[in-house]
Design a protein around this ligand. Structure first.
Ligand code: P6P
Length: 337
């Protein structure tokens, strides 16, 4: 049974024992966690809080913004701008980076987030979540610009998400394993409920939006066809399928019981590498999945090795149980020969 200690106690113990969580980073993550608690309150209110429906605007991705997308973004900006831990922030909901106002002290960290991922599920009461990633500004970098953010995912110093579902659960990594904290609403704090999270290397469960099948390239189609062929097919086992259309919820299931999640490149947008965003969706999820013993690629390369060229860069994503991710990569390499 995992010790039921608070997020703060866990972070301070990790800081003391391993030294890999500097004080400033610990304080930053505690601020992000408090912001997630605030977002959870708005999400849980739903229609009672007049927060459902669209905001009548589009974000930089050209997607219709939900009221809660904007609320969550504002909560994260307001919670993090005054603390002195950050040089700047970046969000799926904002075109450019957000510089910490001059009236506040500045720090060395860069925070990126998708404030409310899966927002198409908000109005139908299906799990959604906040995804965040932390980088350190390059030593000696004067000021801060978008270029400071364009670091490969392997440079992340922390990453996590908060899933707003039947439980509100915060999942974190600082590069030494993955821990999960469940929100105890009576005391209003996150309590450690799992540490040393491990993803099984094999699975019988895949997650992909099957309606896009006719748009996939051959190696993805081969992989899914073999899963669908079941025990009579080349895989010799039956597979189950899940697709929540909320990356946080799908990844949480994979961290909890294994599986493979795929949002591959497809022909609908041939000039885009994929639908999901590298900096604040794929990279933080890849960090968590790798720290839990899984793998995360763009179907060919390790996601965390990719060097971004722009803040809102998109990427194909294949992540989860290591042996399945490696099989998808092998099929892509086969087809390239
Ligand atoms: P589709 C949500 O909009 C999101 O960015 C991810 O959370 C999710 O995995 C994906 O898009 C769902 O995409 O095309 O199935 O609606």
């Amino acid at each position: 049974m995992t010790r039921r200690i608070s997020l703060t106690q866990y972070l301070i113990e990790q800081q003391r024992q391993h030294g890999h969580i500097p004080q400033e980073l610990r304080l930053l993550i505690e601020v992000v966690a408090r912001a997630c608690k605030r977002i959870a309150i708005s999400v849980t209110k739903g229609a009672l809080g007049e927060v459902l429906g669209t905001a009548g605007s589009e974000n930089v991705q050209g997607e219709i913004q939900k009221k809660l997308d904007i609320i969550a973004n504002e909560v994260l900006i307001e919670a993090n701008e005054w603390g002195g831990h950050l040089a700047a922030m970046a969000s799926e909901e904002m075109e450019g980076i957000y510089l910490v106002p001059n009236r506040f002290p500045k720090g060395e960290y860069l925070l990126m987030f998708d404030p409310l991922d899966g927002s198409s599920n908000i109005d139908v009461n299906v799990s959604i979540g906040t995804i965040f990633s932390v980088l350190k500004k390059a030593e000696g970098s004067k000021g801060v610009s978008e270029d400071d953010f364009l670091q490969p995912g392997k440079q992340q110093v922390a990453a996590g998400y908060c899933v707003y579902g039947p439980q509100t659960t915060l999942v974190l990594t600082f590069g030494a394993g993955v821990a999960m904290f469940t929100l105890d609403r009576e005391q209003g704090s996150f309590v450690l409920t799992q540490e040393g999270v491990k993803i099984p290397e094999d699975t019988k469960e895949f997650a992909i939006n099957m309606s896009n099948m006719r748009h996939w390239d051959a190696p993805v189609k081969r992989y899914i066809d073999e899963c669908l062929a079941g025990e009579e097919g080349p895989r010799g086992k039956n597979f189950n399928m899940r697709w929540i259309a909320s990356m946080v919820a799908d990844v949480h299931r994979i961290l909890t019981r294994g599986g493979v999640f795929m949002y591959p490149w497809d022909r609908r947008e041939p000039n885009k590498a994929g639908k999901l965003r590298l900096m604040y969706e794929a990279n933080p999820m890849a960090f968590l999945v790798e720290q839990a013993g899984g793998a995360a690629t763009n179907a060919r390369q390790r996601i965390m090795d990719l060097t971004p060229t722009q803040l809102h860069e998109r990427v194909a994503v294949v992540l989860g149980s290591k042996n399945e991710v490696e099989r998808v990569t092998a099929y892509h390499l086969d087809s390239a020969q």
